[in-house]
Design a protein around this ligand. Sequence first.
Ligand SMILES: C[S@@+](CC[C@H](N)C(=O)[O-])C[C@H]1O[C@@H](n2cnc3c(N)ncnc32)[C@H](O)[C@@H]1O
Ligand SMILES: [Zn+2]
Ligand SMILES: [Zn+2]
Ligand SMILES: [Zn+2]
Length: 738
Amino acid sequence: MIERHFEVPFVSRLALREKQIQQNYRPVIAVHKWFARRPGTLFRSLILSEFAEQPIHQTFYQSQQLPNVRVFDPFMGGGTTMMEANRVGCAVAGTDVNPMAWWIVRQELGELDVAAYQKTAEQLRSHLEAEIGHLYRTRCLHCGSEEARAKYFLWVKTAVCESCHQPTDLFPNFLISEDVRHPANVFVCGCCGELFEAADWKNPGPCPHCRKALPLQHTAKRNKAICKHCDQPVRYPGATSPKHRLFALEYHCESCGSQSVAGSGKGRLFKKPDAADHAHFEEAGRRLQSLRPKFIPEDKIPDGDETDRLHRWGYKCYRDLFNARQLLGLELSCRWIAAVKNERIREALATNLSDLTRYQNMLCRYDTMALKSLDIFSVHGFPVGLIQCESNFLGIAGRKGAPVGSGGWLNIVEKFAKAKRYCSAPFEIRHEGLRKVEVPMPGEWIGTSRNGEFPTQEREVLLLCADSASARIGGEMFDAVFTDPPYFGNVQYAELMDFCYVWLRKLLGGSVPEFAKASTRHHNELTGNANMGRGLDHFTEGISDTIRRSAERLKPGRPLAFTYHHNQLEAYLPLAVAILDAKLVCSASLPCPAEMGASIHINGTGSSVIDTVFVCRSTGRFPRHWLADDAEGVAGIIGLDVKMLADGGVKATQGDIRCIACGHLTRLAIWNLRKTWDRTLPVMGRMDVIRQWLSTFGGLAAVLTALEKVFSAAAPVQKWETAGIINEAYESKHEVSF
Ligand SMILES: C[S@@+](CC[C@H](N)C(=O)[O-])C[C@H]1O[C@@H](n2cnc3c(N)ncnc32)[C@H](O)[C@@H]1O
Ligand SMILES: [Zn+2]
Ligand SMILES: [Zn+2]
Ligand SMILES: [Zn+2]
């Protein structure tokens, strides 16, 4: 049972480490981008705590087989539950309303001959090298080699001045690289366009080429710049999609030694583009015009909460977000992929192309510290920068074959192959002191059938692209539902993923019925969306219908567990309604780190990395000390949580504590309202009932006030640790049944 065997310190430590470099702990996620992926280690811990009948620290690193367990996820997203449950032999079923999510999970779980895939991918790269490889060559400033490879082309947006009718650059500043990965700060001169280095980034001094000071008066900010030709104000964005000017390259020269400044072994190579670099881009434009593109999507960008920003910048069609060289590379890749005979490999490469578009578009930015490209989804929106980064399309192999730079075909193929190899032989990582040890899990594997030379073994996998609030999932009853519902007003999955979808859909050319519609948007997608007229009532109804239907398919007393993350108590009301509507009780609310750094998106004060895992059942038992009658009692419980997180290496911040408090208050509201709950009230009325209960209890404010006192007085020992030694007497004295 999760309530007994899940150990917050142990799982927190794992999840924290995983979320810092998720692809190292769960390489399978590299099959294709999906948003807000939960930690695989957390979901493995939930599954094993429930079914392996021992405290999680005893079972986590052991290979597991649970062939008689059936698991369902109604919001499968990138497939975390599906992968973790399938891997230990469970039968899995999952739904997602978004066809891209459905496709991605299919690709993650689908069998693949990885060696054959890699061979075909290599042929694709050779084909592209022959066709367009020269468009990414550049002359090395140090050794004169013409064979150096452009890693990144840096482009600045330009706007035409209404006074003098000349284009002017929209540099927000002139810094290209900070002195972190490179020994000096690199600047572009806003007067003569030459690049130069300076030790002090705040006072770079005059440009050594033209002797002029950097023209800071011409930098662009808040939609305005001063024309560099006539000093008149220039406003942007304009009515048509923005134009760009190539102003710098970061490149890699094999003959100078890898990535180094003239063989010194340090830093990066930068240059101002020369005539040949400009000519290459023009050639790409001419080639693109002479082709009759078959695979470049013509779709318009629909209105939307996120896409409206693109419209404001004058982008009307998806293709406007790419430059000619990117479009040429993508079109040629699609043509080649469409002709691949092996269906499975064709699908894999099509998935890769879709993922590649994230890096091959003119919304990608250049990280001036890490010196790499930031893909279009590095934040959950479509921010439009003023400096854009075009990555080498093919990707560059370094001396030892590993990719140099990011965002090209080689990078995508490498990570995809790694992801699929992991499916045949998944592992966990254990930290022993400072060492990381890869722990193999013999017998575990991910997929519908096992890759490779083993006698065919099959596992039950059911994937459905459907609205979970109305979808019918047949078959036997489930032993567990593990999920991660969307959070109201958070990520606009469909609006964002359409960017990749329009390419994938066109490439697959009508062969996939789930891709019939032109967009992944769905009127029943569970996100607040002003543009589609979806408010909190729609969200609550949808969550409630989904949870209720899932609970109906669940064996009595079995868990329906999900993660949730928000620092406003209001955001929990829909969940509380859903759980009560489904006649479930929330038997645990467990803190666990999940969202990291840049991916934090909750609003207001105090960002947080802590998710609450809600465990719900129709009947069962939980520790008596998880009940509280007043704010002081809740504060005591939170004090213990904070202590357990600290034991797991997570220092809870104020924002984290708010989230944890929201979790417990929601759990207690459900517990106290379960007997009088009236499901027939209108949805807003049901939310009011919960709001009322919370307010009478004192709300978040009372708990946070009580915490001041309770923090120091909270019991230092973890009551949790007694969970392993449960006996009958303990159950009645220390646990509550429901
Ligand atoms: C928070 S994400 C799940 C992420 C997943 N746990 C992971 O780790 O990748 C929520 C998912 O719910 C899906 N969703 C939204 N509305 C839905 C609906 N009505 N029916 C089914 N799925 C829906 C979204 O498309 C999204 O993939
Ligand atoms: Zn002007
Ligand atoms: Zn200059
Ligand atoms: Zn060189």
